[in-house]
Ligand binder design. Structure first.
Ligand code: DC
Length: 211
């Protein structure tokens, strides 16, 4: 079984997808971490994320970066990730890796922007997780502050809006809700409530498919 969890930055999809995977004993992949690793590699090489060739080379050697590297979570890395993610060649270079994980037994939960539309259009369950921009910016600010990053709430909201626009406006695999995805708005939900809502959707969808 494949569960696709897509949505904009800081909607809570990472935490939710990880909890769904653990609840059902499935493999978990944070696909944003792959784009972040490409962005981080470009920055560490002193190159420009807008440089198409440099970004492709980084995507081809993305295994040089551990997906647990704490620098992946930095705001600067996230912005570089959003830039390299608009590069069609980078996206193509990361596709096989994502599909191999998706096809592992007994199944997988992948979170990202294009899982339900491009990476795994055949996913049995698709969730599109969102929340208001203000709520997402507040969550992101708290997260970065707790890690000791020196950021202001205003800058975070501005960054988030810029990333939304870039992720939704790019030509290649833009962030969009798949036609058959279930919308889950977490603006007023804490993680436990969001998990309960997600599990309800998953179980209803799977039981409708098997019945
Ligand atoms: O989910 P995140 O913030 O870690 O993702 C970082 C960037 O990577 C995000 O701005 C868009 C991009 N991304 C993508 O284009 N496709 C995915 N499947 C996952 C992330």
């Amino acid at each position: 079984m494949i569960i696709a969890v897509d949505g904009p930055v800081a909607a809570g999809k990472g935490t939710l997808a990880r909890r769904i995977a653990s609840q059902y004993g499935l493999v978990y992949l944070d696909t944003g971490a792959l784009y972040r690793a490409v962005g981080l590699l470009v920055l560490r090489r002193g190159q420009d994320p807008n440089d198409q060739e440099a970004a492709l080379k980084a995507a081809q050697s993305v295994s040089e970066i551990s997906l647990e590297d704490p620098e992946l979570r930095k705001e600067e890395t996230g912005n570089a990730a959003s830039v390299v993610a608009a590069n069609q060649d980078v996206r193509a270079a990361l596709l096989d890796y994502q599909r191999n994980i998706a096809n592992q037994k007994p199944g997988a939960v992948l979170d990202g922007r294009d899982i339900g539309t491009v990476v795994c259009p055949e996913a049995e369950v698709k969730l599109f997780v969102t929340a208001s921009a203000e709520t997402r910016a507040k969550r992101r600010f708290e997260e970065l502050k707790s890690k000791g990053e020196d950021v202001s709430p205003e800058d975070i909201l501005a960054d988030l809006k810029q990333r939304d626009a870039r992720d939704q406006g790019r030509n290649s695999a833009p962030l969009v809700q798949a036609e058959d995805a279930h919308l889950l708005d977490t603006t007023k939900l804490d993680i436990e409530a969001a998990l309960a809502a997600a599990c309800r959707i998953i179980e209803e969808t799977v039981s409708a498919q098997s019945g």
